[in-house]
Design a binder for this molecule. Structure first.
Ligand SMILES: NC(=O)c1ccc[n+]([C@@H]2O[C@H](COP(=O)([O-])OP(=O)(O)OC[C@H]3O[C@@H](n4cnc5c(N)ncnc54)[C@H](OP(=O)(O)O)[C@@H]3O)[C@@H](O)[C@H]2O)c1
Length: 290
């Protein structure tokens, strides 16, 4: 019987554990704080930030938005990041993407790695790519990009085995595809990463025990591209006339699989929850709390 994974429910369970970590920090007079930077007024970014703000309020994490105009200069953004790096009340900094065209993505490197709760600086991505086993993510308290970490957390909460499975990750961004593939590898899966230049994509995806898709193409993965009984993780979010849909053609694919994440209500809530986890982790590390 195919199971639609309830990302909201799993995220809620994880948030209960996070509330206890926040309380324990507060007992030591430490308040975890998240600083979000937005440049411009991209509607989707405003929506995502509202969700992050509400999630912080739910857990008792201080949240502050620093909103710069679309035409802000790179130097202004650099200055702001520098100030937030120095601010002891700020445990974590996120720079909401996408950035306006005049600002290079490399500006992320200005964020101190210990405050980089999106895990996107070279230092933090480098630490992630050095590990052999997933246990090192926990032991070394690594700040890992929230969406890939959310995918793994979800599979662990559902006791879905990963070791020795054939995993296909479609998409190779630094934000999702590549770190997700590395996490699967660290859990001893055999991993293939596919992208726009991949030949015979359907042949590859239809051999996957676990198929994770992050491409931003509405309903791109059809039932013919999926193996019977597979676990399908749909990370994509695409605005269409019919509302928000994923990269997977949900209804027909659902009939074939053992587990599938819906869009919305699948990976989205876990992504936000893992950002909160990273913010708390950053506060714990900055205050030398074991
Ligand atoms: N739910 C969440 O919390 C969450 C979080 C982050 C992202 N997302 C969503 O996930 C999706 C991907 O995000 P991203 O930041 O990784 O996007 P991205 O940077 O645009 O990367 C997209 C990747 O997909 C590949 N791709 C695109 N079309 C393809 C096709 N037809 N066949 C095979 N590969 C294809 C691209 O290949 P090339 O490298 O060859 O161009 C690229 O590697 C988006 O819909 C985004 O909104 C959701």
């Amino acid at each position: 019987m195919p199971e639609t994974i309830d990302g909201k429910k799993i995220a809620g369970q994880i948030r209960q554990q996070l509330i206890n970590r926040v309380k324990s920090l507060q007992q030591k007079s430490i308040s975890p704080g998240l600083a979000a930077i937005l440049v411009g007024d991209e509607p989707a970014s405003l929506t995502y930030l509202k969700i992050k703000k509400n999630a912080c309020a739910e857990l008792g994490i201080d949240y502050n938005l620093f909103h710069l105009p679309e035409k802000a200069k790179e130097s202004e953004l650099r200055k702001l990041i520098g100030q937030l790096n120095q601010d002891k009340k700020v445990s974590g900094i996120i720079l909401q993407l996408p950035l306006p065209k005049n600002i290079p993505l490399e500006i992320i490197e200005e964020i101190l790695p210990e405050k980089d709760v999106d895990g996107l600086t070279s230092k933090n991505l480098g630490e992630l790519f050095k590990i052999k086993n997933f246990s090192e993510v926990i032991a070394k308290k690594l700040l890992v990009p929230a969406t890939p970490l959310g995918v793994i957390k979800m599979l662990q909460e559902l006791n879905i085995p990963v070791a020795q499975k054939n995993v296909v990750v479609v998409g190779r961004s630094n934000l999702v595809g590549k770190p997700l593939a590395q996490l699967f590898l660290s859990l001893n899966a055999t991993v293939t990463i596919a992208h726009t230049q991949t030949r015979n994509l359907a042949e590859l995806t239809s051999q996957a025990d676990i198929l994770a898709v992050a491409i931003g193409q509405a309903k791109f993965i059809t039932a013919e591209m999926v193996k019977d009984g597979a676990v399908v993780i749909d990370i994509g979010t695409n605005k269409t006339a019919a509302g928000l849909v994923g990269d997977v053609d949900f209804d027909p694919v659902k009939e074939k699989v053992s587990f599938i994440t819906p869009v919305p209500g699948g990976i989205g809530p876990l992504t936000v929850t893992m950002l909160l986890h990273n913010t708390i982790l950053a506060a714990e590390k900055q205050n030398l709390i074991p």
